[in-house]
Design a protein around this ligand. Structure first.
Ligand code: K1U
Ligand code: ZN
Length: 186
């Protein structure tokens, strides 16, 4: 297992659309495992391939109910009321904002075994999946903010981004130690 560097806002890869995966290879499965490990250490609930500098249409999610590997995910249905709730992004650390999204969705994807899965999700899982699918389309949560909140978020980011030369967030020894300390192994 390897920890991957996380690309932060400013890296053009976060704005590029991804390429659908043809066949699931061992390399891709390894990438998915490395992304999960990276996500756990960074204390996230999701991570998309562009966030680790990759262009495959692949994302991982774990809202503490077990890991989900989604290859070529598409949201095929949204339902129910929309709800506004706070989001963060591992690629925009310390910046948060309220995003209005449908609370119930159906997502179709290929799992790590290459099987096609259709799954209903609601609440936090639905939100997280939508956030990750947005990443795969080059979209970020700040794009949903109104002009004033977006400006405030970007001003905060202008201060924060100093910590990430080259738009790279390398997980710190503290983050890794904390993860091990908590016994949070895959
Ligand atoms: O894709 C990412 O950048 C991961 C991101 C996913 C996400 C968080 C919140 C709502 C939707 C999607 C994160 O994991 S940010 C860190 C986090 O765990 C969190 C932050 C704010 C609210 C809830 C969770
Ligand atoms: Zn994100």
């Amino acid at each position: 297992m390897a920890l991957l560097d996380i690309r932060v806002l400013g890296d053009p890869i976060l704005r590029q659309a991804t390429t659908p995966v043809g066949t699931v290879t061992d390399d891709l499965r390894r990438l998915a495992q490395d992304m999960l490990e990276t996500m756990y250490v960074a204390r996230g609930i999701g991570l998309a391939a562009p966030q680790v500098g990759r262009t495959e249409r692949l994302a991982v999610v774990d809202i503490e109910d077990g890991p989900m590997v989604m290859i070529n995910p598409e949201i095929v249905r949204t339902e129910g009321p929309t709800e506004k709730s706070e989001e963060g992004c591992l690629s925009i650390p310390e910046v948060y904002g309220d995003v209005e999204r449908p609370t119930r969705i159906t997502v179709r994807y290929m799992d790590a075994d290459g099987a096609i899965v259709e799954r209903d999700a609601d609440e936090l899982l639905a939100r997280c999946i939508q956030h990750e699918v947005d990443h795969l389309d080059g979209k970020l949560f700040i794009d949903y903010l109104g002009p004033f909140k977006r400006r405030t978020a970007l001003a905060k980011w202008t201060r924060e981004k100093e910590q990430y030369p080259g738009n790279i967030r390398r997980l710190t020894a503290e983050e890794i130690a904390e993860h091990h300390h908590n016994g949070e192994e895959l």
